[in-house]
Design a protein around this ligand. Structure first.
Ligand SMILES: NC(=O)C1=CN([C@@H]2O[C@H](COP(=O)(O)OP(=O)(O)OC[C@H]3O[C@@H](n4cnc5c(N)ncnc54)[C@H](O)[C@@H]3O)[C@@H](O)[C@H]2O)C=CC1
Ligand SMILES: O=C(O)C(=O)COP(=O)(O)O
Length: 526
C-alpha cells in the first residue's frame, strides 16, 4: 500500500490514492541516488518521463508490484526487467493524446512560418519581413509515421488545413486508415512523397534511428520534420547535417535523445530548428487526466483485480475472465504434478489446450502450467507475468498448441515434458464448474482429483499388487480416500494413484517399491 510518486504528477493522483487507503510519498524531483536508496520501501511507483526506471532500480525495488506511468511512453521503464520480476507496468493510454496532437500541430505551423524565431527577433527590436518567408500547409502532403492515438488526431486536424495525409504504421489495417482519409503507404513511399513528416510511433527497436542519413536521402528537398514522439527515433547528428545542407527545410522538436537536452546540442544552434522542452503533454487538462487515470487504475486493480492500461500483463488480464479460473487452477495442478512425477530436467514443455472455450486462453493456461511446474522445481517467486522469462532462463523451450476438439473431453489441457527421447505427459479437465480432474498420465487413462497426498506407481498387471500395497498402508495406519487404477491396452502394465489421508513417510514409499512388480513409486503433494 506504499506508493512513491515522482516527476510532478498532478496532486489529484495522490489525493485519490490516499482516499482509498494508500500511503503516498511524493518527491517531484528525485535523483538516481535517492531513488536507489528508498525504492526498497515501496510497492508501487508512479512516474512521468523524467525518472528512469532501470533494471538496477527494479532489482532494488524488492517489494515493487506495480510501476505506473502517468502518460503514454513507457520507454523510460525497463519493461523486460519489470516482467522478469513479476511487476506490472501500466500507462494511461489516451490521457494526453489531444494535448500532444495539438502541440504537434502548433509545432508544424511554427516550423513552416518560423513563428518562434520571428517573435524572438521582433522582441530584440528588429522588423525584418523578408527574413521570415514561410510555406503554406494547404495542398501539401503530410506523412504520419505511427498512426496510433496521437497520429490520428494530428491527421484529422491537419486535414482541416487542407493537407493530404499519408501514413506508415505496420499495425493499422488499410481499411481503417482509408476510413480516416489517410493513405497507408510503405515507409519509403512516405519519405518520397512527403512535404511534411511528423513522427508518432513509440520508440522501439524498429523505430530507433528510423530517420537518419539513408532515409533523408529519399526525402524531398526542403522537407519539414516534426518530432513530438521520442528522441532517438531521429538521429540528431544526421538531422543537424541535413538541416545545415538544406535537405531538411526546418525541424520542430519536442523530444531529444538525451533529456534535459544538452546546451551544446548542435540542433539548438540551427536557425531552422524550433524546439520545446518535452512539453507536448504539459497542459492542465492532460496532466489532470493522466493523474486521475493512473490513480483510478491502481484503485481498480487493488479493489477488483482489474488491470486497465497494463502493458506487460495480457496473461493476468485474461485470468480475470469468468469461467477460466478453474482451468488455471487445473493447469497449475497439472504442472505441479508433472514436476513431482518425474525428476528429469525439462528441455521442452508443450502445453496443448483442446476445446473451443479454451482457445483464447491458451497463453494464460500455459503461464499457469509453467507456474505450477516451476514453483516445484525452483525457489524463485513466479507469477503469470514473469513465468515465461523464468522458463527461458531455466533453459526450457516452450510450445503452445491448440486443438479445436478432443474426441473424449469437451475441454482438455495436456502438458508434455521432453528431454531428448524421454517424454512424460499429463492431462486434465474440469467437470461442471470447478471439479478438477487428472484424466491421463502418459498412455494411461486414469482419473483422480489433484488434491492432497497421492501415491502413484506403475506395476505389472498381475494379481495381488493392490492387496499388498493396501496392507502396507494399513500397517502405517493410513486411511485411503480413493484409488484409481488403469492398465495399458496390452494389459501388461498398470498405473495406480492412491489418495491417502495423512502424511506418507519415505519408509512407506520404499516399502511400496519393494512389492513385486511395482516400479516408479512417487509421492505427490498437491
Ligand atoms: N512529447 C510528449 O510529451 C508526448 C509524447 N508521446 C509519444 O508519442 C508517441 C505516440 O503516442 P500514442 O499515439 O499515444 O501511442 P499509440 O500506442 O496509440 O501509437 C503508437 C503507434 O506507433 C505505431 N508503431 C510502432 N512501431 C512502428 C513503426 N516501426 N513504424 C510506424 N509505426 C509504428 C504503433 O503501431 C502504434 O499505432 C509515443 O512515442 C509517446 O511516447 C505521447 C504523449 C506526449
Ligand atoms: O506521455 C508521454 O509519452 C510523454 O512523453 C509525456 O511525458 P511527460 O509525462 O510530460 O514527462
Amino acid at each position: 500500500m506504499k506508493v512513491l510518486i515522482t516527476d510532478g504528477v498532478d496532486p489529484q493522483c495522490a489525493q485519490i490514492l490516499k482516499q482509498n487507503g494508500f500511503e503516498v510519498t511524493e518527491i517531484p524531483k528525485i535523483s538516481k541516488e535517492e531513488l536507489k536508496e528508498i525504492i526498497g520501501n515501496f510497492d508501487k511507483l508512479i512516474v512521468r518521463s523524467a525518472t528512469k526506471v532501470t533494471a538496477e532500480i527494479i532489482e532494488l525495488g524488492k517489494k515493487l508490484k506495480l510501476i505506473g506511468r502517468a502518460g503514454a511512453g513507457v520507454d523510460n521503464i525497463d519493461i523486460e526487467a519489470a516482467t522478469r520480476n513479476g511487476i506490472i507496468v501500466m500507462n494511461t493510454p489516451g490521457g494526453n493524446t489531444i494535448s500532444a496532437a495539438e502541440h504537434t500541430c502548433g509545432m508544424m505551423l511554427a516550423a513552416a512560418r518560423q513563428i518562434p524565431q520571428a517573435t524572438a527577433e521582433l522582441k530584440n527590436g528588429k522588423w525584418d519581413k523578408k527574413k521570415f518567408m514561410g510555406v503554406e500547409l494547404d495542398g501539401k502532403t503530410l506523412s504520419i509515421i505511427g498512426l496510433g492515438k496521437i497520429g490520428r488526431e494530428v491527421a484529422f486536424r491537419m486535414q482541416a488545413f487542407g493537407m493530404k495525409t499519408i501514413a506508415y504504421d505496420p499495425m493499422i489495417p488499410d481499411e481503417y486508415a482509408a476510413h480516416l482519409n489517410i493513405a497507408l503507404l510503405p515507409l519509403h513511399e512516405n519519405f518520397k512523397q512527403a512535404d511534411f513528416i511528423t513522427i508518432h510511433s513509440s520508440l522501439n527497436e524498429s523505430t530507433r534511428n528510423l530517420i537518419a542519413n539513408d532515409t533523408f536521402a529519399l526525402m524531398k528537398q526542403g522537407v519539414i520534420i516534426v518530432n513530438c514522439a521520442r528522441g532517438g527515433i531521429i538521429n540528431e547528428a544526421d538531422l543537424a547535417e541535413a538541416i545545415a545542407s538544406g535537405k531538411v527545410g526546418a525541424a520542430a522538436l519536442d523530444v531529444f535523445e538525451t533529456e534535459p537536452v544538452q546546451q551544446d546540442n548542435p540542433l539548438l544552434k540551427l536557425e531552422r530548428v524550433v524546439a520545446t522542452p518535452h512539453i507536448a503533454a504539459s497542459t492542465n487538462e492532460a496532466q489532470v487526466k493522466v493523474a486521475v487515470q493512473i490513480a483510478e487504475q491502481i484503485v481498480e486493480w487493488k479493489q477488483k483485480g482489474k488491470l486497465e492500461g497494463a502493458v506487460n500483463a495480457s496473461a493476468v488480464e485474461l485470468a480475470q475472465t469468468p469461467g477460466v479460473r478453474s482451468y488455471l487452477a487445473l493447469a497449475e495442478k497439472l504442472g505441479a504434478t508433472l514436476a513431482q512425477l518425474t525428476a528429469i530436467q525439462a528441455n521442452k514443455i508443450v502445453v496443448t489446450t483442446s476445446g473451443e472455450f479454451l482457445q483464447k486462453f491458451s497463453e494464460v493456461i500455459t503461464a499457469a502450467a509453467l507456474k505450477g511446474f516451476l514453483d516445484i522445481r525452483q525457489t524463485k517467486d513466479t507469477n503469470y507475468i514473469n513465468v515465461f522469462t523464468m522458463a527461458k532462463e531455466t533453459g526450457i523451450t516452450l510450445e503452445q498448441k491448440f486443438e479445436k476438439e478432443n474426441p473424449d473431453y469437451t475441454n482438455l489441457i495436456r502438458i508434455e515434458l521432453e528431454n531428448g527421447a524421454t517424454k512424460r505427459m499429463i492431462g486434465g479437465t474440469v467437470f461442471g464448474d470447478k471439479e478438477l480432474r487428472i484424466v491421463m498420465i502418459d498412455r494411461f487413462i486414469v482419473e483422480f482429483k489433484p488434491e492432497g497426498t497421492i501415491i502413484i506407481y506403475n506395476n505389472i498387471d498381475q494379481p495381488g499388487v493392490i492387496a499388498q500395497v493396501t496392507q502396507l498402508l494399513l500397517l502405517h495406519n493410513l486411511n485411503v480416500a480413493s484409488i484409481a487404477l488403469s492398465r495399458d491396452e496390452e494389459k501388461k502394465l498398470a498405473i495406480t494413484a492412491i489418495v491417502v489421508d495423512g502424511g506418507v513417510t519415505t519408509t512407506l514409499l520404499d516399502e511400496i517399491s519393494t512389492v513385486n512388480g511395482v516400479s516408479d513409486s512417487t509421492l505427490l503433494s498437491l
